[in-house]
Design a binder for this molecule. Structure first.
Ligand SMILES: [Fe+2]
Ligand SMILES: [Fe+2]
Length: 367
């Protein structure tokens, strides 16, 4: 399936929603520090990866993915009841749409990166893996786009591919960032799913019922990146790379917390306390990442929550300054930027815990 076939701008949407399709596309296209990004990398270097050191695990993993257990999953069925978008509280509606657009952007960004690797590569192992992962992400993105279209919003994915800025990351940074975003994606989806299992009255949108099997795809994508990192121990064991891993852990974790706090109505409607949710997701992701990362952030250190709050406040101040504009806004931006930098540095400098990476780190979804 090709997610590009879903490109469509619904003209009836204008005026019904706080976001129309153009606005939704604009939101998805915007690249700030916090948005899901589009990545590009040195595809030739990635193509040279030799998976022979992990051949046995590799073949087992590929066989599982090729069997395609979720082939029929991303289709609406009788459990899909279209939400009453028209009568929804406008703030909730805006945040729910924002959640869907941001999830779509993240899914689609994976799809674009994986498809590009498949297209540019010659290494059959690498091409096959990226083809399988692009297949999954295209389905995920297409399914969310369908849900958005029901709300009268369609993100123009073709436009997005061209207009969105691409961030260049060296392959090893792609491994760290993408590994983490796949595993954190798993942890987010399963935590929402388990919560709604216990609290079905908070099911504000039918898409959450699809999250259990969905997150298994993300889990196995994470496994694939863990194996890719296993092919070269330097990637995770050299002291420089340990510092980079630490950086990516802090960045990915803290950005998630900032973004979640921007959607208070959405979480209230789900009956989810954002602080509880973020702690749960980070605890799960941190536990999982011990399969490959030799260090673990100390999330129980009181400095973690304290500086996370400072970072969130600085980020909110930055937003306010941007909206204000003018000289006051510019000064506000500088001051908020400095505070954010300081808070981030404080998070980074919290001593980390050393972790003995297991010989065979493979995991199965267990939450
Ligand atoms: Fe996905
Ligand atoms: Fe994924």
């Amino acid at each position: 399936m090709n997610a590009h076939s879903d490109v469509n701008v619904d003209e009836n949407a204008a005026g019904i929603l706080p976001h129309n399709s153009e606005e939704a596309t604009a939101i998805a296209t915007e690249t700030t520090l916090l948005d899901p990004r589009f990545y590009t990398t040195d595809f030739d270097e990635m193509d040279r990866i030799d998976v022979s050191p992990v051949r046995k695990e590799w073949d087992e993993m590929i066989a599982k993915m090729a069997a395609d257990p979720n082939r029929g999953h991303f289709k609406k069925n009788e459990n899909w009841t279209t939400p009453d978008w028209e009568n929804m509280d406008p703030k909730l509606k805006a945040e729910l749409i924002d959640f869907l657009v941001s999830s779509l952007t993240a899914e689609f960004s994976g799809c674009v990166l994986y498809k590009e690797m498949k297209r540019r590569g010659n290494n059959p192992d690498i091409c096959q893996l990226f083809q399988l992962m692009a297949r999954d992400e295209a389905r995920h993105a297409g399914f969310i786009n369908d849900a958005l279209r029901e709300a009268g919003v369609a993100v123009n994915l073709g436009f997005l591919t061209k207009a969105k800025k691409y961030t260049y990351f060296r392959p090893k940074f792609i491994y760290y960032a993408t590994y983490l975003s796949e595993k954190i994606g798993y942890a987010r989806y399963i935590t929402i799913y388990r919560h709604l299992e216990k609290n079905p009255d908070n099911m504000i949108h039918p898409i959450f019922q699809w999250f259990e099997q969905w997150c298994n795809d993300e889990f196995s994508h994470g496994e694939a990146f863990a194996l890719l990192m296993k092919t070269d121990p330097k990637l995770t064991q050299s002291w420089q790379n340990k510092l980079w891993i630490r950086f990516f852990l802090v960045a990915v974790f803290s950005v998630m917390c900032i973004r979640d706090h921007l959607r208070p109505e959405f979480h209230k409607a789900l009956g989810i306390d954002i602080d509880w949710y973020d702690r749960e997701v980070l605890r799960k992701t941190s536990e999982i990442s011990k399969q490959i990362f030799p260090i673990e952030l100390d999330l129980d250190n009181p400095r973690w929550e304290r500086n996370l709050l400072k970072l969130r406040e600085a980020s909110a101040a930055m937003d306010a300054a941007k909206r204000r504009g003018g000289i006051g806004g510019a000064l506000g931006k500088v001051s908020a930027g400095a505070r954010a930098g300081l808070a981030f540095a404080s998070l980074y400098l919290i001593p980390v815990k050393a972790n003995e990476v297991p010989e065979d780190g493979r995991l199965v979804p267990s939450y």
